[in-house]
Design a binder for this molecule. Structure first.
Ligand code: ADP
Ligand code: MG
Ligand code: MG
Length: 247
């Protein structure tokens, strides 16, 4: 049974059909990249996978570990083991990183780690992710640089131990530092958790120089029009999307 499957997914947003039959399968331990020109529906797919109610699935389904999760609310998806980086609030005034992680972990696993246990585990991960030890005491996203936001996201992923991570790299402000954080963070988390499947929705080809995907999918006009290995990303980088645009 594949880890994650999207089958013939059709999605409407404000009355317009944006996804028009997306098929995608991510196996255990695989990293998949989803690329495509602006407006092709990448963020729409990411939002739909998140369970954003503004995105209406009119046909097809989403399966996680064999279960149909198409109608599941966001938090139940999280509990089941899907990490959706962008579901987390931009800024929570007055909530330190450590406290937020504790709440998120308790929601995900139904266990309450002691503050000390969690601190130890967070400290170990911060070291591995090359983060400053004082980071845990800072308030969530308050004054974070792009790179710090990304480190925080990857730290959440490491602590929550998901089976599937869906990362939507839409932030146009992402600098090379932040892309590097995401790339090395994914690699570091996979070292401990080789079974982790990753769907990296990316608007930037250059991140794929740092994360080598097992499979690259090209989304055009709401459909996956072709899939291939890392070579496909290189080819798209060299040739652009023009040849794949519908007439
Ligand atoms: P991408 O992330 O690949 O650039 P999007 O998913 O953001 O593409 O957008 C795909 C299409 O859906 C675009 O034509 C966009 O205008 C439309 N769209 C996306 N979200 C909304 C929305 N909330 N309301 C109306 N149209 C939307
Ligand atoms: Mg867009
Ligand atoms: Mg987008």
């Amino acid at each position: 049974m594949p880890l994650f499957q999207v089958e013939n997914l059709h999605v409407r947003v404000e009355g317009a059909e944006i996804l028009r039959g997306v098929d995608l399968t991510v196996g255990t331990g695989e990293v998949h990249a989803l690329m495509g020109p602006n407006g092709s529906g990448k963020s729409t797919l990411a939002n739909t996978l998140l369970g954003n109610p503004a995105y209406e699935v009119t046909e097809g389904r989403i399966l996680f570990q064999g279960e149909d999760i198409t109608d599941w609310p966001t938090e139940i998806r999280g509990k089941a083991g899907i990490f959706l980086a962008f579901q987390y609030p931009e800024e929570l005034p007055g909530v330190p990183v450590v406290q937020f992680l504790r709440q998120a972990l308790s929601a995900r696993k139904g266990i309450d780690l002691s503050v000390l246990e969690l601190r130890l585990s967070i400290m170990e991960w911060m070291k591995r992710l090359d983060m400053d030890p004082s980071f845990g005491d800072r308030f969530l996203n308050e004054g974070f640089s792009g790179g710090e936001k990304k480190r925080n996201e990857i730290l959440q992923m490491a602590i929550l131990e998901p089976d599937l991570a869906i990362l939507d790299e839409t932030d146009s402000g992402l600098d090379i530092d932040a892309l590097g954080v995401v790339a090395s963070g994914i690699a570091e988390v996979r070292r401990s958790r080789p079974e982790l499947g990753v769907l990296l929705v990316t608007h930037y080809q250059r991140i794929l120089d740092r994360v080598t995907p097992d499979v690259v999918h090209l989304l055009v006009d709401g459909r996956v029009v072709t899939s291939g290995g890392p070579d496909l990303a290189k080819k798209l980088e060299a040739e652009g999307y023009e040849a794949w645009r519908s007439t």
